[in-house]
Design a protein around this ligand. Structure first.
Ligand SMILES: Nc1ncnc2c1ncn2[C@@H]1O[C@H](COP(=O)(O)OP(=O)(O)O)[C@@H](O)[C@H]1O
Ligand SMILES: [Mg+2]
Length: 196
């Protein structure tokens, strides 16, 4: 599950890129847009589905019938939200565990995009149901205390936080020198590997 403390830190961007990268390596991947309050996966992928997860939650439809595929990515299945509602947002926390349990047999990785942790109850229910939670924070914008508060909220529900993505890091940020040094090492490695 990809989440963040507050809105617009890059959850959807991270979730979509992670899912695409995983599928490009020929691993079966499912991307579920579980941010029923502000869904964004469909926009990022340029798809416009009328129904999806929201209809599954509200009308008891089968989630597999709502899957969308991109032409060029055979190993990626997408479960968009479709037209969403407050009621669907209220239901996702309780219903996600059974969808995940069902889908776990068919996929190598399930990426769950979610609402921000602070302010909504359902991401906490969702965090307790997934194998691992990745927090996204926006470099130079997200307040350290806010991230800390989101992390302790996740700890309270015994979520397994597996890492933090620092989004929007630019070369002008203070320790950019270290980043360049780091990439430099990899670059040398690739050059050596190529000449072998
Ligand atoms: N690393 C990035 N570089 C450029 N734009 C970004 C980056 N991360 C996010 N954005 C943009 O910022 C906005 C919010 O990102 P989004 O992934 O939708 O956040 P969230 O899902 O946390 O609300 C979007 O318009 C997105 O395209
Ligand atoms: Mg989003």
């Amino acid at each position: 599950m990809i989440t963040s403390a507050t809105p617009s830190e890059g959850k959807t961007t991270t979730a979509v890129h992670l899912a695409i990268a995983h599928a490009q390596q020929k691993h079966k991947t499912l991307l579920i847009d579980c941010d029923l309050r502000r869904p964004g996966v469909h926009t990022k992928l340029g798809i416009n589905p009328e129904t999806g997860l929201a209809a599954v939650l509200q009308n008891g439809m089968q989630w597999r019938e709502k899957l969308v595929k991109l032409v060029e990515l055979e190993d990626l299945d997408i479960l968009p939200t479709g037209y969403s509602s407050r009621r669907a947002a209220d239901l996702i926390g309780r219903r996600l565990p059974e969808i995940l349990e069902d889908a776990a047999h068919d996929y190598d990785l399930i990426v769950v995009d979610s609402p921000p942790v602070l302010g909504f109850p359902e991401p906490l229910q969702m965090a307790a149901a997934v194998d691992g939670v990745v927090m996204v924070a926006k470099a130079g914008e997200t307040n350290r205390k806010t991230v800390g508060s989101a992390l302790s909220t996740l700890q309270r529900v015994r979520a397994n936080v597996v890492g933090l993505v620092l989004n929007s890091v630019t070369s002008t940020m203070s320790d950019s020198y270290r980043y360049y040094g780091y990439y430099g090492k990899y670059y040398r490695y690739y050059k050596t590997a190529e000449s072998d």
